[in-house]
Design a protein around this ligand. Structure first.
Ligand code: AHR
Length: 649
């Protein structure tokens, strides 16, 4: 009873303070409110952000990479993406071998037996992901591991050829060692090509083992070796996300126990990383691994938020919708928890510590300043989950009390898992709870006040995955309406990230996505521009009652007023999902001074329109000058989001 009264007291106090904040100094908004969620889904990592251009570089694809649904890779096998290159006079055989790999984690390799070399040599071709895109004059680093099995030295030509098989870049290497030896050379194409191939041509008879064939643009994001595709990384960086949640999603808790994402397999030399199937029906090379994730976060000034499985796999594992959750046996939980503690040491420990030292060896002696870890991803909150979740949280809280934990609340916005997930997170006093929901546009309009009545005590909200079902202008506008609600509740909603982030055109397993791309370019959606508008125009204080309009009950119209108290800038955001111009009245009463010259940004278009590869700039924000005063109005166009940025100092 006492506890109950105390909660009521705290609740009233928070309501009162909310009121005081809103009327005078503004209500605090989380400085971490907008971030991103990166999952290797839709070829987001391999064939996407990870700049490697060779598909199946280590001959590890297997027919069993497919987990669910109709098999999209009927011919998927160890030599997928590879072809034999020979002329009429050449005779060669290829075989898959495992008896002397570069490293036990990388078991398969190709053995090429050139019996006759033909006229120009005999060898292999790789077409990358839907063809390799190269640009004239750019530099591309080729590397390969070779081991001579029979014969003496073998000269090898490394070429890039265009779609007419014309050579556009060429270099020579010589295989000479009967031990695995890495060879590297730089290729500089003399012409652009959108569907180039990499060709490896042996110039002499002999038998040779081949593995880890790689082609990387030198021009990666921040020029990182083993780095990220520059154009894609830049579009993500332009969102100015406060945090990056990674590596999943369902990918994190995996398709069955043996597919739970194991961070330790993703660090160290790339030829020693243990590849795995991907829950999304393809393969993960882990070339983009934990080191690269942490480094990317640092490069874009975002906080890393890794998500680790809560000792259970995805409930949809093994093609079993909802009931396929597998649990790590109790006798193995100690080791599993130790791996998580080691991850924290890898991120934050001194370079003299075991795992901190591995980070230093990778070139980063300074810590990565990990603050948060997500435990679980929209799991079914079974008793087995609860037991393991509790063990993991308690172990981290004991060893690393400074690390903040994020719980999980199932795959939906409400229901049993949602309630149980929140309850156990409250019991364990974690910092935030991860909510996920994918809904139609109407839901986002109708639920824009969802967080207005959330308790102001206990864990904060991390809206880790949300999206309206579509990339049409109307979907994006419904998300914008919802985001005004996130700003209004920025005291309790600590983080929010749209999902999924990336989708390679022609290779998506989930739509809609925020950013589409192919080998040639990047095509941000209207939803992307909404995220960007809200992210780069943030405030840390929220003000009620600055914006009013007559049609108060209309949920298709929304607004927010925030201020960045460091710069003094006030940002007004207006969203109209209706077909009527709506007059928005602004009273800048809370702000002493208002400079008349303001900047207006408007994004508007047909409600059913989208940005596409063919018309990527169909709907994008446009800026103009706008005059304001202490009191003014703004006629908000139909189907639009508008921002007015006002200087108050
Ligand atoms: O974002 C796509 C998927 O949606 C995530 O992997 C999962 O967490 C959710 O079901």
């Amino acid at each position: 009873m006492k506890r109950h009264l105390y909660s009521i007291f705290i609740f009233c106090l928070s309501l009162l303070s909310l009121n005081i904040w809103s009327q005078s100094k503004g209500k605090p908004i989380s400085e971490n409110l907008i971030g991103i969620f990166f999952e290797d889904l839709n070829y987001a990592a391999d064939g996407g952000l990870y700049a490697e251009m060779i598909q199946n570089r280590s001959f590890e694809y297997t027919p069993s990479d497919v987990n669910w649904g109709k098999n999209p890779h009927n011919n998927w096998y160890y030599f997928t993406a590879w072809d034999l290159v020979r002329d009429y006079a050449a005779i060669a055989t290829i075989s898959l071998e495992t008896n002397q790999p570069i490293h036990p984690n990388n078991p398969h390799y190709l053995v090429f037996n050139a019996l006759t070399r033909g006229e120009k040599g005999v060898g292999l071709r790789n077409n990358g992901y839907d063809g390799i895109v190269v640009r004239k004059g750019e530099k591309y680093d080729f590397s390969v591991f070779l081991r001579l099995i029979s014969g003496s030295e073998i000269p090898v030509k490394i070429q890039l050829t265009d779609n007419k098989k014309q050579i556009i870049a060429e270099a020579d290497i010589t295989a000479y060692s009967d031990k695995w030896k890495k060879h590297a050379v730089t290729l500089t194409p003399i012409a652009d090509a959108d569907t180039a191939s990499l060709v490896i041509l042996f110039q002499k008879e002999g038998k040779i083992a081949i593995d880890m064939v790689s082609l990387f643009p030198q021009n990666t994001f921040k020029n990182r070796p083993n780095g990220l595709r520059k154009d894609l990384a830049q579009v993500i960086a332009d969102l100015e996300p406060s945090f990056v949640r990674f590596p999943g999603g369902c990918l994190a808790h995996g398709d069955g126990l043996d597919n739970i994402y194991n961070w330790k397999r993703t660090i160290g030399p790339i030829e020693q990383r243990l590849e795995d199937k991907n829950i999304w029906n393809y393969r993960q090379s882990f070339g983009l691994g934990y080191f690269e994730y942490f480094q990317f976060c640092e490069d874009i000034g975002a906080m890393p938020i890794p998500v680790i499985a809560a000792g259970v796999s995805c409930q949809n594992s093994a093609r079993t919708r909802g009931t396929g959750q597998e649990c790590i046996p109790m006798e193995h939980m100690h080791d599993y928890i130790q791996d998580i503690l080691d991850l924290i040491e890898y991120a934050n420990g001194p370079s003299t510590s075991t795992w901190g030292n591995k980070r230093a060896e990778a070139g980063h002696p300074e810590p990565f300043n990990l603050e948060y870890i997500g435990i679980g991803n929209e799991d079914k909150i079974t008793p087995e989950f609860q037991e393991r979740f509790r063990m993991i949280c308690e172990a981290i809280q004991e060893k690393y009390p400074e690390i903040k934990l994020i719980g999980t609340s199932g795959p939906f916005d409400a229901g049993e898992d949602f309630e149980l997930g929140w309850q156990i997170s409250r019991d364990l006093n974690v910092a935030a709870v991860d909510e996920h929901y994918y809904k139609d546009a109407g839901w986002f309009l109708n639920n824009q006040y969802r967080y207005d009545n959330y308790p102001r005590t206990g864990p904060k909200v991390y809206l880790g995955e949300y999206a309206s079902w579509g990339n049409h202008c109307y979907n994006a506008l419904s998300e914008a309406v919802y985001m005004t609600g996130l700003e209004r509740n920025g005291d309790i909603v600590e983080f929010a990230s749209y999902a999924p982030l990336l989708g390679r055109l022609g290779n998506t397993q989930w739509n809609p996505d925020l950013i589409y791309f192919d080998g040639k370019g990047v095509y941000p959606t209207v939803n992307y521009y909404v995220q960007k508008l809200f992210s780069v125009n943030r405030g840390n204080l929220y003000f009620d009652e600055v914006i009013t309009h007559k049609d108060k009950e209309n949920r298709g119209i929304a607004s927010s007023c925030v201020q960045n108290d460091k710069t003094g800038d006030v940002i007004l955001k207006f969203v109209n999902t209706t077909d009527q111009v709506t007059r928005m009245n602004v009273d800048m009463k809370p702000f002493k001074k208002v400079k008349s010259k303001a900047v207006l940004t408007v994004m508007t278009g047909n409600k059913d329109a989208r940005n596409t590869r063919e018309e990527p700039n169909n709907i994008i924000p446009k800026e103009s000058e706008f005059k304001v005063s202490k009191k003014f109005y703004y006629d908000l166009p139909p189907y639009s989001v508008s921002l007015i940025k006002i200087k108050t100092r």
